[in-house]
Design a protein. Structure first.
Length: 486
């Protein structure tokens, strides 16, 4: 534990949904749900307006629609979220060389290592300056927690939501934690929480009073020891700037089970290419290709193949995934497919290009040897893959919430599509709410477009944090050692 609250935790507020509201003036102040929109879709993020109606992350979209039938349901735009995340992480990097990203919208920062804070006053000033900078650069809000440990900084940022700052003064940890639910502690999920509840422990105070020996008896040595330390407010984990990924993977859940083998193979190949794109974006290569198949009965199978060396070649990964698929029975239908690469490295084994060619040649020979003979000596034609309906094709080409450009009407976003039509609202992040027009899905003047920046003219923060902006709030309330909100 540090003697000063110099560990900062930033958590952007309802990130995906807030970004969509910032980009779409007509949705500001309204319920917005971002996630999969099909029958098996899941909510990724809900705006605070939608949360008040009972919608939350990881909820099935079908259930969300019952709770909030009038909300705007949008398909995620990860290119926009990554761009905004890069802007936020660049600001954090100016505060310290020790920035530990947890996701696109969440990170720890060691302010002491960056020399930007060494006591409560300087930590608070830095945290408030960060919130001002984030809003100026991205147009979005973030909540900040400051404490002497990572665990408490994260708890503080949770208390600060939305759009606030909470600072926990060292020495007040136990008093702050005591009345909180055991679920507030890292590693205490529903199962562990229920187990502790049955033992009569529902608050952090109960855990601290039970003692280490009792917790070890209940949840095991490793978990019990750590749980007792956290209940006492003790957490010595450092902020780690580089966290090596152990794997890169992509997967898709299908609205309707796939039965056609050719379609399944095509989806696996498409996922393999996407996986390699992520691999290359991270400047990595991998040695082991992994295929994941979830069948119609929810049974999940994984198959893997280890190559002769690391690769980032899409042909190698695609063909390895295809070979793995041959060992999986997909007769009853497939609801999810995934392709991943593990055994990551920073270099590529060049002779794998030859390996890919060898694999193609072996596959060709095997096909010639085992192809069934028919009249005239020709091999039987492969079955045609299942054709997607016009509505499915339209939904894929014009996803709800995604950007479009019309040659006459300018930039807009898709409100929805169906029955051969696509409905577009024409507006920009800095405009007033725009008008709505409907077009044929094959209108030659309408095309997909890239997202616009959320802020029209981003201010120059090249000298930040040397000249921290003034805090938006000069008042400080008291909460766990100190709190300020706009």
């Amino acid at each position: 534990m540090r003697p000063a609250p110099t560990i900062l935790h930033l958590d952007m507020d309802a990130f995906y949904a807030s970004a969509e509201q910032a980009a779409k003036p007509s949705l500001r102040g309204k319920a917005v749900v971002v996630g999969g929109l099909g029958p098996r879709g899941v909510v990724a993020t809900a705006s605070y307006e939608a949360r008040r109606l009972g919608v939350h992350s990881a909820m099935p979209t079908a259930q969300a629609r019952r709770l909030a039938p009038n909300a705007a349901y949008l398909v995620p735009r990860f290119s926009l979220y990554r761009t905004v995340s890069d802007q936020v992480m660049e600001l954090l990097g100016r505060l310290s060389p020790l920035v530990e990203p947890l996701s696109l919208d969440e990170a720890f920062v060691d302010l002491e290592a960056g020399g930007t804070a060494d006591d409560s006053a300087s930590a608070r000033a830095t945290g408030e300056g960060l919130r001002v900078a984030i809003r100026a650069v991205t147009g979005l809000s973030g909540s900040v927690g400051l404490a002497g440990s990572k665990m408490l900084a994260k708890i503080a940022s949770e208390q600060a939501k939305p759009d606030g700052l909470v600072l926990i003064e060292p020495g007040t940890e136990r008093e702050l934690l005591a009345p909180m639910s055991v679920r507030i502690l890292p590693g205490v999920g529903p199962a562990t929480g229920d187990h502790l509840r049955r033992a009569g422990m529902t608050t952090v105070h109960d855990l601290a009073e039970a003692g280490e020996a009792e917790l070890v008896r209940l949840v095991g040595k490793a978990h019990g020891h750590g749980l007792h330390r956290m209940a006492l407010g003790l957490d010595d984990r450092p902020v780690v700037a580089e966290r090596d990924a152990k794997s890169v993977s992509v997967e898709d859940t299908f609205d309707v089970d796939l039965h056609d083998r050719v379609r399944v193979r095509a989806e696996v190949e498409r996922l393999a290419v996407r996986c390699v794109e992520r691999l290359r974006a991270a400047d990595r290569s991998g040695r082991t290709v992994v295929l994941k198949v979830r069948r119609y009965d929810f049974s999940t199978l994984t198959r893997s193949e280890t190559l002769r060396g690391p690769t980032d070649d899409p042909t190698v990964v695609r063909e390895a995934a295809g070979r793995l698929l041959e060992s999986v029975d997909t007769t009853g239908g497939v609801r999810l497919l995934g392709v991943g690469v593990t055994g990551l490295a920073d270099y590529t084994q060049e002779d794998l290009f030859a390996q890919a060619a060898d694999a193609r040649e072996l596959a060709r020979r095997d096909l010639e040897d085992h192809a069934p003979a028919v009249a005239g000596g020709e091999a039987e034609a492969a079955p045609e893959p299942e054709a997607d309906s016009a509505e499915q094709l339209a939904a894929r080409r014009w996803p709800a919430g995604h950007d479009v450009h019309h040659e006459e009407h300018g930039h807009g976003w898709v409100q929805g599509s169906g029955i051969g039509r696509v409905t577009v609202r024409f507006e920009e992040p800095w405009s007033a709410p725009g008008r709505v027009l409907t077009f044929r899905i094959d209108d030659p003047l309408l095309r997909p477009a890239d997202p616009l920046p959320l802020v029209r003219e981003s201010p120059d923060y090249s000298s930040w944090p040397a000249s921290l902006p003034k805090s938006r709030s000069s008042d400080a309330a008291s909460s766990g050692g100190g709190e300020s909100r706009p």
